[in-house]
Structure formats: structure tokens, C-alpha cells
Design a protein around this ligand. Sequence first.
Ligand code: 0RA
Length: 633
Amino acid sequence: MEWQEYDASKIQVLEGLEAVRRRPGMYIGSTDIRGLHHLIYEVVDNAVDEALAGFCTHIEVVILPDNSVKVVDNGRGIPVDIHPQTGKPALEVVMTTLHAGAKFGSGSYKVASGLHGVGVSAVNALSEWMEVEVKRGGFIYRQRYERGKPVTPVKKVGRTDDNATGTTVHFLPDKEIFREINYKFETLAQRFREMAFLTKGLTIKFRDERTDQEMTFYFEGGILSFIRYLNKNRTPLHPPFYVEKSVNGTLIEIALQYTDEFSESVFTFANNINTVDGGTHLTGFRAALTRTLNEYARKQGLLKESDPNLTGEDVREGLTAIVSVKLPEPQFESQTKAKLGNPEVKGQVEAVMSDAFSKWLEENPREAKAIIDKCLTTLRAREAARKARDLVIRKSVLESMTLPGKLADCSIRDPSQTELFIVEGDSAGGSAKQARDRRFQAVLPIRGKILNVEKARLDKILENNEVKAIITALGTGVGEQFNIENLRYGRIILLCDADVDGAHIRTLLLTLFYRYLPQIIERGHLYIAQPPLYRIQVGKEHYYVYSDEEKEKLLQKFKGKVVSIQRYKGLGEMNPEQLWETTLNPEKRTLLQVTIEDAASADRTFSILMGSSVPPRRRFIQTHARKVRNLDV
Ligand code: 0RA
């Protein structure tokens, strides 16, 4: 908009600058170092607005030894013509009227001046003195102010060499307002760096004459350079993606790059304001990112039909991204004004992101694969974490569960006198129920086949109904709420068939105790029952033997006699009397007490047995089959 078109209707509120001096906090947030920095940002933002409007390429910020600050830009220069309503030069109106100029340059993008957007006049009001020099229309103009009041008229002080334009604002913050004037170079540099990233092609030179430090920020790549800067000390998985597009007056710029990090670094900006609370631009970006990656992964078969979709969480881990939008009329929400509210922006960002990113994925299959792989890794890790969380919930479910229906409990309640047989197979369970002394012996039959799920991971096993029944019968709970005091039996006795399958199930049960109920082992509560392998009948006498070695010895002893040998293939082959006599009767049986070392080796065995790589598992079962049969797991 030309200055000539500027009229009083476009000046909204004409408040006196006294209000700013009376209540500075209302206008610049605070009068501490943050408020002090805010003065500088306010002036620099005005210059950046000129850059965004396409009229400014260089900004120089200088802190002088007297603590005054000079901001020089090569923008259009503040208009100096006479303002028709006031009869004063526009420069004076802009510098002495609060909010004046708010509608200048409408139709272009404006930095809403950080959180407050009060304009340079507020800076003027809070400065002991300010001098503004304008190069415009071939001349140089100057005016001086003290505590917001003009002390000179707008004077023409010279000619410009060429057609140079620009504004220089030089000011000293008022010590009556700011108790301490001590700018922080790093904080200011950070902000200028960010401004330069967000305004492609703009040079910001920052010099601190108090300490002779100087930095110049210029980024040809804009936010693409921002991404490289953020990922400087990280390991990127691919070269960055970048898109820039204008939709219905909204300029949208997005850059992203995945790294091997776990955290997410996504920064969003609206008119160069860091929208820390996000808003519609962030929502649109996230929706597009998740959808585009899922579509691509499905299309390429990287996600199988049975796989769930990648979630927002999955696609955000390790993501570094900048979403920057520039729009003529930004609406900011939330207390801190750091959230973009324009509803149309969501769809605009989503469309630009989807189109460009899906195209980029198609054209860069290697990069695309690296990203999807990373997301899948996150998905799996998240599933594992969810399972761990579920466990906490599950254990309370277990606690509330009533005793399993299959449990044949004993009548005595005192755990020091009781024992629980965990018996593999329903038929053996049936025998054990008949054979036991029901006063102190409880029997829980479990179905080995169900437990014996190859490749089942332990977390899956914990979901298994048989395992749940065991834990409920024990009464201790599992996980965080495990309590040994609640153990319902003094001895827990595993009773499995003396064959390979039985050994396999015993391994699994030992592993279950080792990983989830180790205190039961540590306190000596866990045992393995020893059912006989053979029954040997000699005349009217019979003997039970528990190993082949023992059988050979016995047969040597009865050489020449007629002996009948019965081999027990499973517990189910024994009648209840035989089972009582050989395995349950405390007077005659032999129990192996399980030590933590036994269980640890079972755990290793379990890992091999259940591991997903098939050849080692085969090898183990082949070479150890005999040992396994002898309980030596
Ligand atoms: C009012 C109107 C125009 C520019 C500015 C103010 C302006 C302010 C500052 C403060 C620091 N540097 C600045 N540069 C420009 C628009 C001028 C036009 O339409 O020609």
C-alpha cells in the first residue's frame, strides 16, 4: 500500500505513549532482561517485515559500548510524508502513536512482533532517547525523541548517493524503566539466527561492541538450512525433504529429516513467530505425514495387510521438522498467543505436504525405505512398552480373579503344610487328583499343548490362560504387585511327563518362574517331581526306577529271573495308586529342589528353544534330546 492511500480510518487506536511508560509490563511483558530484549526484537521484527514484503535484504544490529542499540535495515524506509489527519510527518506519527502503522502494508505478511506486537513507538516510549534516520526518495531524514517525545522536527539532513532506502533506529533503553541493562549476546544471536533461517536470503549481521563479538546469519536454504543446523550433531537417515508452495495467499514451507534419535524436534512458525503451542499448521502437517507414510508403506508392501497402521507417535520419533507458514491475517490463540488458529491453514498445509511428500517418497525409494524402517522399529518398541504397561494392569486383573476352576484345592490353609502340583495334561491331572492326599495336596492340571506354543515370546506367554491360572492359584500376583507373603502353598511341584515334550514344558515353566516369580525359587518353594521311568516286576515284587542306568543295575541283579518291564511314556499311564506311591507320597517320593542356577539355565535353554532362528533350535533339540529327557535342562 502506498503512503498516499494511508488515512485516519486505518489508524485504529491512538493511545498516548504515557500509558506505555506507566505500565510497561502490559506492552513488553516485563522490565527484566526479557523485556529489554523485547525492545530489540520489536525493532528488528519491523525490519524483517520489510524483508518478508520483499524490500529488505540486510539488517544490522549493533550493541554499542554505552548500551544503546542500533538497528539498520535497507527496507523502504518509514514514510516521511505529511499525514493528512494530523498534519505531521508520518515518521513522527509512527514513532509517537501507539499501534499506528499496524495496518501499514496490509496485504503482505507481517511479523506480529513476537508476543505483543506493539510497534516501534512502544520502544520509543521506553527509551531514554531514540534517533531514527530514514533514507527515502533520494533524501536522508532524521528525528530525535526522548522518553517517546519528539525533541527535534523531522529534518532533511542529506541526500542518498544512489536510490538507497532504509531505516536506522538507534535507541537507549531507559534506566528509569529497566533496572539493569545487560543484554545477553547468545539469546539475541539465537533469535536472529532463527529469523534468518525463516527468511530465506536475508542477512542479519549482529555485532556486540561491548565485547567485540560479531556474527552474521545468512541462509540460502532457509528452513532447509535450519534442519541441517538442528541435525548437525545427529545422524540423519537421508537428505532432507523440502517443499515451498503458496496456496490462496498462504505461503507454506516445510522441511524435514529423520535421524536415529528417539526424540522429536518439530518447530512451527507463523509469520516467523515460533508457535510453541502449535495450531492448525501443525495439525495439518501431522495428519499429512502419518497418512502419506502409511499409504506409501502399504503400497510398497513394507506394511503387510495384517500389520496395524503406523500411528502419529510412530512417525514422529527421530523426526526433525520445520513448518513455517506466512499469511496476511494470522489469528493467534491461547494465553501465550503462541498457537495458530486460522482454520483454513490446516487443509492448506495438509494438501501441500501430502502432494509433495508422497511424490518425494516415490522418487526416493531408498530414503523412503529408511524412514519406514525407522517408523516400524518405533512401532515395535511402542508395542513392547505397551505390553509392559498392560502387565501392570493385568496383574491387578489377576488379583481380582477367583481361583481357577481346574484347581483341585486342598483343605488345609496353612501354606507351611501345603503343596501345589502343577501337572501337565488333563489325564495326568485327573490321576493326580485321585491319587493325592486332599488334605494338604492341591492339583492344578495345565494343558501343555496350549503352553507349548513355539516362538511364543514370554510376554505372550503371560497372556496365556494356563499361565494366568498358575499365577492365580499361587496367589502372589505378578510384576510390581508380586507379594511372596500371599503364596498359598509351601511347595510348588512341577509334574511333567518324562519325555521330550514334558521337558520342553518344564523348561517353559521354569523360565516363567525365573523371569516373573523368582522369589518363589529363591526362597526354595519350587520343586520338580520325579515320576519313575519304568516299573519292574519280579515275581510278586515290583520296583520303580527313575533312570536307564538304574534299570540296568536292577536287571543285572535279577539275571536269569523272569522280569516284566513297563515303561511309563506318560503320567497318564500310571494308575492313581502307582502315582501316589512313586511321586506324590512324601514318604517315598524324590523331589528335586529348583535353584536359581537351574532356572537360569532353563531360561537360556528357553531362549534357544523359542528363538526365532530355526537352525540353532533344531540343533539343540537333536543334540540334547537325551539330556533333556533326564531333566538336565
Ligand atoms: C510504516 C510503513 C511502512 C514501513 C514501515 C513503517 C517501516 C518501519 C520500520 C521500522 C524499522 N524498519 C522499518 N522499516 C519500515 C511501509 C512503507 C511503504 O509503504 O513504503
